[in-house]
Design a protein around this ligand. Sequence first.
Ligand code: XMP
Length: 315
Amino acid sequence: MFKPEKFVEEQIEEMRAKIKGRAIIACSGGVDSTVAAVLVSRAIGDQLLTVYVNNGFMRKGETEAVGKMFDSLGINYRLIDASDEFFDALKGVTDPETKRKIIGEKFIRVFERTAKEYGAEYLVQGTIAPDWIESGDGVRDVIKSHHNVGGLPKDFNMTLVEPMRDLYKDEVRKVARYLNVEVAERQPFPGPALAIRVLGEPTREAVNIVREACAIVEEEIEKAAKEGKMALPWQYFAVLLPCQSVGVQGDNRAYGRTIAVRSVESIDGMSASYSKIPHEVLEHISVRITNEMKSDVNRVVYDITHKPPATVEWE
Ligand code: XMP
């Protein structure tokens, strides 16, 4: 049986022994990186700098919420807006693996810059077991290069520290609860963020569309769960597809974009089944997206594929 209190105690000791200088952690505000930041800051205090990089692909209101959370956790942090750099680096890029690699590498470069300024020699990451197992760590085929792993450049020159490398998602959540991290019950969110929820080039315009659609999916599903119409799924979001289709708006022909709604049930993300969301809730989502985003989107579809054979994210 996994015991979070024992894990925390052991890791604090191990981190103190291992980290002999200043350290930096990239924290997206997701459960994995936040738990890692709190763990390591318990071990070494302000020797750890927690860095949040706004890559331009974060969800609606996310950057503001993360800043508030860091304040309440009382950790040493910095918010960096690097969105221009990320959008520039992804100009014309459509291949999912290339996107993931570029985003991972940019992340590391931004940290390296910040780390130099801060005098950090250690890079802490919230990598968990499925990240490296699925990234083909010599054992399995590469399914997707999760950005914690695939983006590491060859000339990377900081010591990597991964306190949660052996944990699965359900164990991370137990540790989060134990540490009173308020993000504990949030759904997982991928490192490359909304950039991999735009199929094709993640332009500012496309990312804005998927950001708005993701917010509607989240709001409607969370509302339905609160009202007892359904249980809260493990993960739920929107994906912008790279195709347009014909529709009708008033008396006119429309030619708009398509949003796919994805919602899955899972324990650790390794396998998943699509959520049996009540049709009434799907209808609310579809009507809201096509009403509120009518100049962009005229079609909404629901993804009914399990993992395997699909993956949770579309890229
Ligand atoms: P997939 O799409 O691989 O997703 O079936 C499984 C779970 O992992 C999340 N995911 C990521 N998490 N970095 C992360 O930290 C990544 O690059 C990444 N890609 C996918 C995904 O949202 C799902 O919860």
